[in-house]
Write a protein that binds this ligand. Structure first.
Ligand code: BGC
Length: 669
């Protein structure tokens, strides 16, 4: 009996030990798996880091790329497209105007009645999702669908009675278009979910006009605009301080008001206002300073447009959900915290951004919305609270990065136009010297308007980058249906005017062998975002993006006289020497402006730019003015870290040495 009792006791003890060992083993394994998952999150956080220092680098890169894109065709991944919109609606517009807005997941038809005197714009709007097959089918089908929708819309209104009168139509087409006038342009490429092959390279307004004719609609496409441009028009209509517009929705982009003389690639552009709206197409912006993760690289590689729209793929609504899906998939593969790997996790775009935003903003203590979406959308049931919290964190990291990068993009524009309080890219004046003007930016797009966390992160970053003193002067205004309504307003303001005259274009070509003709930039980029480039290539690109060789064909004789009789103390006049160059340098903080007057010589300019780079002076802007045998180089440089020169005189002397070196090498007398 005693033996039996002992036997049972020993047996129970052994079993208890085995269970305990199992439990401990399982706990250790589960702790290890959890550690792995936390490691994935940590790695994500690190590679998405957007410190204010990094954001400022993005700001600078954006401003520099803007310069490069304005300097020459292909000078930057930023296309900086002319819009031929040289006047924004004044408020005096009158009449009934229609607009079509195509570009996101929805398509809108609008009718706007304007009464002059900056009356309230209260458009009739009809919205319709675009059938998916039309986004990738034939262009004729897409345009017929648009025209039919418009036809039904017009018929419903009261205007059909006066149908003998041609109606003016604004067409918002939210893709990169090379405009040939305010009402015509050719599609460069599709972005977002559109991919209609036969349309690329075709005239967009023409395709619509033909579809309108097929439907018997008596309408004329008065303006063809990007959605950013429509938004700017409405933003400016409500707030005259509006200088730029940004869309952060399915896709992302910005446009802004630019002086025509700064649009160097289009010499001879005359507008009555002296300015023009430039469509940046910032979705394609790229810089090595952008924090890129392995998920971004995979997303890009698997997208229908690899190596394209790099900035957009980090920011816009089309992609954020998919980045999050990729992170959850990785975690799921590395551990079983989400149970067996759900096959839905392998489906591209299975998690859309609105669902992701809903998880991010779930403030219920049990994260019930997160649980529901994981179950319903990704087919992952019974996720423990701990893992649900992790999902919220992933959404947070991805959204925060996107919003902060968008903020950096906005400040980049402000910097380019001298509204960031720093005196512009070549200004270098200290913040205290600058009297900041009130500056408004119109914003539209569901990510900004409907995603509170996104909006808050964006504002927070604006504060951090600009600082309290400056950010006070910057206003972000949300426009409602601005992309479409603005197009109707522009149709009104441009229907009778034809003020833009294009005299000539300078086009990018091979480098020339004469200073006077050297009109192009070597900044032309391959059409790949940073990943595809090696680090060295990327650095070289960044450097070359600074090196914009700009030719100013308008000879300013007054300026020439000034340099022939130099007056400023920081000049290095070696007119007695064999080189005979007058060099004037003005310096402000980390920037310097060089004015060099000398005799024209072949191939010298590119060597000079190379020499400046070796001196750690990065060329931001370069103008060449010629008259007779003389050339005047006006060069803005950024003084990089490690530059040995501290004063304007030292720079002038070093530049002179560079020029002498070039001269000796070439054997000029
Ligand atoms: C397009 C832009 C557009 C933006 C926002 C981008 O994908 O390239 O033209 O403005 O989306 O809709």
């Amino acid at each position: 009996m005693g033996k039996v009792v002992l036997g049972v006791t020993v047996g129970v003890a052994v079993a208890a030990c085995a269970v305990a060992a199992l439990v401990v083993g399982r706990r250790v394994r589960s702790r290890k798996k959890w550690k792995r998952v936390v490691g994935v999150l940590k790695e994500l956080e690190e590679s998405c880091e957007t410190t204010v220092g990094r954001l400022r680098q993005v700001v600078d890169a954006m401003a520099v790329e803007m310069h490069a894109g304005l300097a020459s065709e292909g000078g930057s991944k930023l296309k900086m497209l002319l819009t031929f919109v040289d006047n924004l609606p004044s408020g005096s517009e009158k009449g009934i105007f229609y607009a079509l807005d195509l570009g996101g997941t929805n398509f809108r038809v609008l009718r706007v009645e304007l009464g002059g005197q900056r009356s309230n714009v209260d458009p009739d709007v009809e919205q319709q999702p675009i059938p998916e097959q039309l986004m990738t089918g034939r262009s004729e089908d897409l345009f017929d669908f648009i025209a039919s929708t418009l036809h039904r819309f017009v018929e419903k209104g009261n205007d059909s009675v006066q149908y003998s009168i041609t109606k003016e139509l604004g067409f918002t087409f939210s893709f990169p278009v090379k405009q040939t006038s305010v009402s015509s342009g050719v599609l460069i490429k599709w972005t977002k979910a559109f991919a209609i092959k036969d349309m690329v390279g075709k005239e967009v307004a023409g395709a619509l006009q033909q579809a309108l004719a097929r439907k018997g609609l008596n309408m004329r496409v008065a303006v063809l605009v990007n959605d950013t441009v429509g938004t700017l028009a409405l933003g400016h209509y409500h707030d005259a301080d509006t200088v730029a517009a940004v869309i952060i929705g399915t896709g992302t982009n910005a446009c802004y008001w630019e002086r025509t003389d700064a649009i160097i690639k289009c010499q001879g552009l005359l507008t009555t206002s002296g300015g023009m709206v430039v469509n940046m197409e910032w979705g394609n912006f790229w810089s090595s300073h952008l924090p890129r993760t392995s998920y971004d690289i995979d997303l890009d590689a698997e997208s229908p447009n690899p190596n394209d729209q790099g900035f957009e793929k980090m920011i816009s609504g089309m992609y954020l959900g998919d980045i999050v899906r990729r992170v959850i998939l990785r975690m799921s593969e590395e551990s079983d915290i989400f149970g067996p790997v759900s096959s839905r996790l392998y489906v591209p775009f299975a998690l859309r951004t609105p669902a992701m935003a809903a998880m991010h903003e779930d403030d219920s203590p049990e994260l019930t919305e997160v649980a529901r979406i994981l179950q319903d959308v990704l087919d992952i049931p019974d996720v423990p609270l701990k893992a649900r919290k992790l999902v919220v964190k992933i959404c947070d990291v991805v959204t925060r990065r996107a919003a902060r990068l968008a903020a950096a993009g906005i400040v980049g524009i402000l910097k380019k136009i001298g509204r960031d309080g720093s005196g512009g890219i070549a200004g270098g004046r200290s913040r205290s010297d600058i009297k900041m003007r009130r500056t408004a930016v119109a914003v539209e797009g569901s990510l900004y308007t409907q995603y509170t966390m996104f909006r808050e992160y964006l504002h927070e970053a604006l504060h951090e980058i600009l600082g309290e003193d400056i950010v006070r002067h910057v206003v972000i205004n949300v426009t409602e249906d601005g992309s479409g309504t603005g197009a109707a307003l522009l149709a009104a303001s441009h229907s009778s005017s034809g003020s833009v005259q294009l005299i000539s274009f300078y086009t990018v070509g091979a480098s020339n062998n004469d200073d006077g003709d050297e009109q192009m930039t070597e900044t032309s980029t391959t059409d790949r975002p940073g990943v595809a480039r090696t680090e060295e290539e990327e650095q070289e690109h960044q450097r070359m993006a600074h090196v914009t060789y700009l030719l100013n064909a308008i000879v300013d004789n007054e300026q020439m006289k000034f340099f022939i009789f130099p007056k400023l103390p920081t000049q290095c006049d070696n007119s007695q020497s064999s080189m005979a160059a007058n060099i004037e340098v003005t310096m402000a903080e980390t920037h310097a402006d060089l004015k060099i007057l000398l005799k024209k010589r072949p191939r010298r300019l590119s060597k000079l730019v190379g020499g400046l780079q070796r001196l750690k002076l990065t060329v931001i802007n370069l103008n060449v003015t010629t008259a007779d045998e003389m050339a005047l180089y006006s060069i803005s440089v950024k003084i990089e870290e490690g530059c040995r020169m501290n004063t304007a005189d030292e720079i002038a002397e070093s530049v002179e040495q560079v020029l002498l070196g070039i001269q000796q090498e070439a054997g000029f007398s």
